[in-house]
Design a protein around this ligand. Structure first.
Ligand code: ACO
Length: 386
């Protein structure tokens, strides 16, 4: 029989449903990942239309309200975001009580949960736009407060005259933010604001579908984002680049990592089977914003990793993902590695909450099934006879 006439064996077991790959779990008009083309669209706008052109506030408004704001709307919206950055006492007290070596993602997850508990008057209703703004605007303030408290410094009060990226850096470092820092950070936040039905967004929508509250949905989403197969990779990219250390060690390090079965952080994606468009934009930002020696090391590592992955995993179509150059960009704006994933969450808080609003507007409980593979006919044996 020639290979062209081979057909699937009808007796072969169906593919396992693990990972929900290819399963459509919700309808959304917010964003979509075109994996084959390497394209990302927010509310009809290709990401290249927005990155570096639209402010983070314009993109947040677009995702939440389904149109770009006019100047009056934007002004009102910025004022509202700026007025929502103060943290209630119980959140600050909780952040103070955490051990200084707490991972900032754990601190953020805890702070959002405490916010929901302490401001239950605000967050207990069905999630709405005011709640989404109130929560997303507090994300940078919560992280900056923990960042300072763990160093024995006092939190810096927020400033309502600054935009989100500027105010985040101001609250972290206590100094007027430099345009060379806040502008790349703002583009980063725009790029990370939403991304289709990823694991953390799905988590938020599942929780919202039970008619739970916004803070519960977002607390769950933070937990899902934390893992290295999702948003937890960029600090590991930085660790990898630091371990590689110099251009002449790139090949040896990557070869050893692949020989020992490790995954290369910042490569591969469940949906993209072409380059992640965010990686392309972040590469350009990193080239402009980061130290030239560090950028050269990153670029050589990327080039060699892509070649080795093609050689070792032919046909898997593993490309650079958003996390690889996130590391260089976030390091260039002055953030330590353990603040990378929490900063991803600052951007994604907008997308998560927009998905929660979309879910509640047309809700049906999300409740899939599992394929049961266990036994069904066991007989109970009393304790004394076991
Ligand atoms: N390095 C080495 N091999 C890889 C990598 C990688 N980064 N990614 C996938 N592979 C290999 C797998 O080992 C597998 O090989 P096999 O077919 O020989 O078993 C094949 O490629 C397919 O991998 P899957 O695990 O089936 O792909 P999946 O869609 O489940 O995983 C994921 C996607 C988790 C992103 C994966 O590519 C990965 O682990 N990457 C590294 C971590 C990372 O960069 N995470 C950030 C993702 S971006 C984001 O969520 C914001």
């Amino acid at each position: 029989m020639s290979s062209s006439t081979i057909t699937a064996d009808p007796a072969a077991p169906a593919p396992k449903p693990e990972g929900l790959e290819g399963v459509v779990a919700a309808s959304t008009a917010l964003s979509h990942v075109y994996g084959e083309e390497g394209r990302l669209v927010y509310r009809g706008f290709d990401i290249h239309e927005l990155a570096g052109k639209a402010s983070f506030e314009e993109v947040a408004f677009l995702l939440w309200c389904d149109h770009l704001p006019n100047p009056i709307e934007l002004d009102e919206f910025r004022t509202k975001m700026g007025a929502n950055r103060e943290l209630p006492g119980p959140v600050i007290d909780t952040l103070k009580a955490l051990p200084p070596d707490t991972a900032p993602m754990d601190a953020l997850r805890t702070a959002v949960s405490v916010l929901g508990a302490s401001e239950h008057g605000l967050f207990d209703d069905e999630p709405d736009l005011d709640e989404a703004i109130a929560l997303a605007a507090r994300f940078p303030a919560m992280l900056a407060a923990f960042f300072r408290l763990r160093q024995g410094l006092n939190p810096v009060p927020p400033r309502s005259d600054l935009n989100t990226a500027q105010n985040y850096l101001y609250q972290l470092f206590g100094a007027e933010p430099d345009a060379d820092h806040w502008q790349p950070l703002e583009t980063y936040l725009v790029l990370l604001a939403d991304h289709g039905m990823n694991a953390s967004t799905f988590t938020a929508r599942v929780i919202a579908s039970t008619q739970s509250d916004l803070c519960s949905a977002i607390t769950g989403a933070i937990g899902a984002l934390k893992g290295p197969l999702h948003g937890g990779a960029p600090s590991k990219v930085l660790d990898m680049l630091n371990e590689i250390g110099s251009a002449d060690n790139v090949d040896a390090w990557l070869t050893n990592a692949l020989d020992t079965g490790q995954r290369l952080m910042g490569f591969g994606h469940r949906v993209y089977k072409a380059e992640d468009p965010r990686a392309e934009i972040l590469r350009g930002l990193a080239e402009r914003a980061s130290d030239p020696v560090f950028f050269a090391l990153s670029k050589k590592t990327e080039d060699r990793a892509l070649a080795l992955l093609e050689e070792r995993k032919p046909g898997r179509r593993l490309y650079t993902n958003v996390e690889f150059y996130s590391a260089a960009v976030l390091a260039a704006v002055g953030l330590p590695g353990d603040m990378f994933t929490p900063t991803f969450a600052v951007g994604r808080a907008v997308g998560w909450s927009a998905h929660v609003l979309e879910q509640v507007a047309n809700n049906r409980l999300i409740r899939p099934q599992s394929e049961f593979v266990g036994p069904t006919d066991k007989t109970f044996v009393a304790l004394g006879e076991r």
